[in-house]
Design a protein around this ligand. Sequence first.
Ligand code: AMP
Length: 394
Amino acid sequence: VKILVLNAGSSSIKFELFDMPAETIEVRGLMQRIGEKESHLGWKVGAEAKSIARHVPDHAAGLRLILDELGVGKGSVEIGAVGHRVVHGGEAFAETVLITPEVEQAIDKHAALAPLHNPPNLLGIRVARELLPGVPQVGVFDTAFHQTVPAHAYLYPLPYDLYTELGVRRYGFHGTSHKYVSERAAEMLGRPLAKTNVITCHLGNGASVTAVEGGKSVDTSMGLTPLEGLAMGTRSGDIDPAILPFLERVRGMKLADIDTMLNKKSGLLGLSGLSNDMRALLAAEAEGNARAKVALDVYAYRVKKYVGAYAAALGEVHAVVFTAGVGENSAPIRERILTGLAPLGIEIDRAKNAATIGVEADVATPASRTRVLVVPTREELAIARDTYRVAKPA
Ligand code: AMP
């Protein structure tokens, strides 16, 4: 059965076609710059790369072009189900669901919490339903895995009616990734998931840390929105909220501009003034750039603080797990984060760590009580598996 995984953004559609249950990837690709003068579709069939550059006016035209190129229009490929990545499910979705009109309404309702993400996700669902009538559509939510976080960890110490009336609480994101790598970690450790505690560090351009107890998320660093927590590529992560009124007072800044600053001009980019890209900053630091160094110091220190906090939250930790672009590929950043944690029982093996790029490995020293694992994330595969399980296509 062919499962199509879609991740629709504001001007992009990321897609991957799986053959299930074999889990083979048949096609993967990305359409970008939808609505602009020249849109771009790039995709790979096995090792063969293809691309098209032409104006694509909207998501419907974009998905139609993708389906044509996949051979769905000509009838040579039949899609059994479509799995959609949806960013915000609020408290309505603790697991993957078959999309019904009620589910669409709920995704629409949560758009206030994720104004940049949920509307394009919903558009992707509607367009797919229109172009593939009768094919089951499944929603996989970035927030779902974190619905097990207890109240003491998800409530903000704010007036309680902000929670009851407006849903202001911690939701957390990257759930599909944290779930996948925590399950994989238990397998690698040879332990039953229900008896395995891990701290998962999803370090990409967006980044978050999760405390996973017996397979369940019990705390996570992102909050109501993906802005909270770690210092990221362009997001500030945790800051003193009083900085906002301070900037209004002394600089006359408007909240909308502060919001843009915190989301797009802060983090690694803001501190370094150079780039949000880890590779560029490591290279600049090696050439003696002091701002690049301080940006990386802040970045690594903040991950370390969360590892310490979640070690306290969990008590016993069987592994610290690194994933996503930085976590999978950057040995120097992993080393920087975990250096000095031997008293907590976390000891990284420098040589093993340095030799591990983009593959699964245990990079802790033999003596380390807590293992240190690198696990490349497979969010699309996780969505395809859930879609196959929930839609049960013939
Ligand atoms: P993601 O959002 O998961 O695609 O991660 C993007 C981030 O991963 C960017 O900051 C990249 O610079 C970083 N990244 C990718 N490959 C490497 C690498 N080999 N070394 C360091 N950082 C990397």
